[in-house]
Structures are given as structure tokens and as C-alpha cells.
Design a protein around this ligand. Structure first.
Ligand SMILES: [Zn+2]
Length: 395
């Protein structure tokens, strides 16, 4: 098999603390990466790199693992510009806005939905995201949820059943009946197409008992739990996520000391989604508090048409550093290795032998520039599974 070396890397983030400077990022100066097929086979100092068939000169740029976006909602149709515009003019966000997208999504064809997913994934890829999770949740009928998952599965292996996004408008007077639908016929139709089961555990959506019933039913069908938890206020979501060994509790904006402690002593990742707080003018989640307690923190976009319409992890990194108490190193780790942990993956989010060769060449000498130069398009090249897939800015 052909081997390719990427050489003349000013600073390489491996996310292997046994390498380089022995920090969590495993930072190697003047580094090279060797790729064979779709895998990384060697990382280290340039001067020690083995001979390869091909070489690509990174030109003294930094290289990081491809971003792992562990939380997005990309199977949708329609537009909510007016809602955003109204909110920015003073109206608070409520979960009810999802109904607008549900109506548009139900009316769209499979091909329209798939084209939308492809468009936003291409957008994310240009910004360095090489692994992404996405969800259903804008269908809310048996057939519309199942087809959302079928559409998502055309584009990624990380597919999440979120029939419990909100109570379907069709069941407005019978939320218990909707939970029965989600845990019964809808789960039967959806389980074959998904890896994960998720629930929006929040006042106005699903309470703790309903969420437990939905996640437990999903788990009995082989789906692993993840939870939208504690976004809009305090509630049972985080404790439930930990109790059920969910891979991730997502949002974590309003946490008690007991919630922080539970996350710190579990394998459940706290996934923070600052695009949502940005786009709803809500208080930021306190990443510093979680990190100081010992919790594992991931950063993700929550890309969706209502509350966080960004596909940019560099933007989320800049917000996390500016407003959530994260260091640039921590934010980079959380958007790569942290996202991988939130998907219980060990083949992505790191650049060490055996990992999938997913990497980003930054038009900067250091990953710190992602926060230092907010809003600047710094992605020079993107490689996924050993193939160079994007050279968006002249790379
Ligand atoms: Zn979400």
C-alpha cells in the first residue's frame, strides 16, 4: 500500500500524552505524520520520519486531528430566519420553535432532505470536521422519523434516534400517548437505522420519568443513550444520563454541584454547545467548573436551524476560550478527542498509529490561532481516511 508523509509541520497535535511535550495534546514540534491507506502509521519529529512513497510539505503550518462534531441536527427542511431575527429583537427562545421545522421537514422529499444534509456536511468539512453525528427529531411520526434516520445513514455512521425531541403536535393533548408511540412502533421502525437514542429532557419537552422510559426502551433495542440535558434550566437530565451510562450529556448549561460531581465520576462526557448560547443570548455553560472537577468535556456545534445554525467548530472553540473559561489547548482537545469520547470512538480525534487518517492543516503556526484569530478561515487542507478532501483556501 502507498505511504504518504506530511512533513514540515510546525506543531502537531496528536492527543497522545505519551508523545511530544507530554501534555494532553501530545504536541510535537517540527513534526511529520505518515499515512498508509486510510490510517496513520507513524507520527514524530520530522528528522526521524521513515522513508515513504510520497511526501506533502505542510510548509511550516500546524496540523491537528480532524474535528469530531458529536452533536448536530441536520435532517431538516425550511428556514427560521424570522424566528432568529425576532429573538435578536428581544423575544426569548422556547422549544416550540421546533414545530416550524417539523412542518417543513414532513413536507420535504427524501432527496431534498438528503441534499440538505450533504450541503451542511460539506460546509462542516471545509471547516475541518471529519466525523459528525446527526439526529432525527423533526419528523415525529413513525414514518417521518424512520426516513430521517435512513437519510442520515447515507451520510454518517453516527446516527441518533431523537423521536423524543418535543411531544409531537399531533399528541399535544396526550403526551403519555406520544411516549408510548416513541417507545413502541416508532422505536421498532427506527432502531435498525440508528446507533444512539436521545431525548430532550427539559421543561416543556420530556420530564425525567418520560426520558428514562424512552432511553431504557431504546437501550433494550440495542441503541446507546445520549441526553439533551440541563440546557434551559436545572433538571434531572444529567443525573439520568449518568445513571444510564449515557455516552454524553449535552448542553450542561445549568448544573448543580451534584450534577458536576456525577459527571466527574462517570464515563458520561459533558458536551458543551456554545453555538446555542450564542444564538439564543443565553448564559454560557461553565466549562472551567466541569474541567476543574475532573469531568470529560466535549465541544460540539449543535448545528440546527433553530437555536444554533453554525457548523463551525473553530467558532465554538473561540467562544469556549473567550467566554467559558477553557484554555486554547483544552478547547482544541474537547473539539477532537472530547468529541470522540462523546461518541465512544477511539479511532478518531487523535493522530497516532492505528487512528483513521483524519487531519486538518491549519494556515497558522499553532492550533492556538483557532481562538486567537476568531472568525478567520484558517483551514488550509482537510484529509479524511487518508484522502485529501478539501483545499478550501488555496492549499
Ligand atoms: Zn441538540
Amino acid at each position: 500500500m502507498t505511504t504518504t508523509a506530511i512533513t514540515h509541520i510546525s506543531a502537531l497535535v496528536t492527543n497522545d500524552p505519551s508523545l511530544g511535550d507530554a501534555s494532553p495534546l501530545g504536541l510535537i514540534q517540527d513534526a511529520a505524520v505518515v499515512i498508509e491507506g486510510d490510517r496513520v502509521v507513524w507520527t514524530g519529529e520530522s528528522s526521524k520520519a521513515p522513508a515513504t512513497d510520497n511526501a506533502v510539505d505542510a510548509g511550516g503550518r500546524a496540523v491537528i486531528p480532524g474535528f469530531v462534531d458529536s452533536h448536530s441536527h441536520l435532517v431538516f427542511a425550511g428556514d427560521r430566519t424570522q424566528e432568529f431575527n425576532a429573538r435578536m429583537s428581544g423575544r426569548p427562545y422556547s422549544a416550540g420553535g421546533i414545530r416550524t421545522t417539523v412542518a417543513a421537514t414532513r413536507a420535504a422529499t427524501d432527496e431534498e432532505l438528503s441534499a440538505n444534509v450533504a450541503r451542511y456536511l460539506a460546509e462542516a468539512l471545509r471547516q475541518g470536521t471529519t466525523t459528525f453525528e446527526t439526529k432525527s427529531g423533526y419528523g415525529l411520526t413513525v414514518e417521518d422519523e424512520a426516513r430521517a434516520l435512513r437519510v442520515a445513514a447515507r451520510h454518517t455512521d453516527e446516527v441518533t434516534f431523537l423521536g423524543a425531541h418535543i411531544v409531537s403536535p399531533d399528541y399535544a393533548d396526550d403526551p403519555a400517548g406520544y411516549v408510548d408511540l416513541v417507545t413502541g412502533p416508532m422505536l421498532d421502525a427506527c432502531a435498525p437505522h440508528a446507533r444512539w437514542v436521545d431525548v430532550f429532557c427539559e421543561r416543556g419537552a420530556f420530564d425525567g420519568d418520560q426520558a428514562r422510559a424512552i432511553l431504557t426502551a431504546g437501550r433494550a433495542r440495542g441503541l446507546h443513550p445520549r441526553v439533551h440535558a440541563n440546557q434551559l434550566g436545572h433538571g434531572p437530565g444529567v443525573q439520568l444520563a449518568v445513571e444510564l451510562d449515557a455516552a454524553s450529556a449535552d448542553h450542561c448549561t445549568h448544573l448543580t454541584d451534584a450534577d458536576v460531581d456525577a459527571l466527574a465520576h462517570s464515563a458520561t462526557v459533558a458536551t458543551l454547545l456554545p453555538g446555542a448560547e450564542f444564538s439564543t443570548r443565553a448564559p454560557w455553560p461553565d466549562a472551567r467548573r466541569l474541567l476543574d472537577a475532573g469531568a470529560t468535556v466535549a465541544l460540539s456545534t449543535d448545528c440546527n436551524p433553530g437555536s444554533s445554525f453554525t457548523s463551525s467548530l473553530p467558532f465554538c472553540i473561540a467562544l469556549a476560550v473567550r467566554d467559558m473559561g477553557m484554555t486554547p489547548d483544552e478547547a482544541l482537545w474537547s473539539a477532537t478527542a472530547g468529541g470522540a469520547a462523546a461518541l465512544r470512538r477511539d479511532d478518531v480525534g487523535r493522530l497516532t498509529p492505528g487512528a483513521r487518517a483524519d487531519l486538518v492543516v491549519l494556515d497558522a503556526p499553532s492550533h492556538v490561532h483557532l481562538a486567537y484569530r476568531p472568525g478567520v478561515p484558517l483551514v488550509h487542507q482537510v484529509w479524511r481516511a487518508g484522502e485529501r478532501v478539501a483545499a478550501p483556501y488555496g492549499g
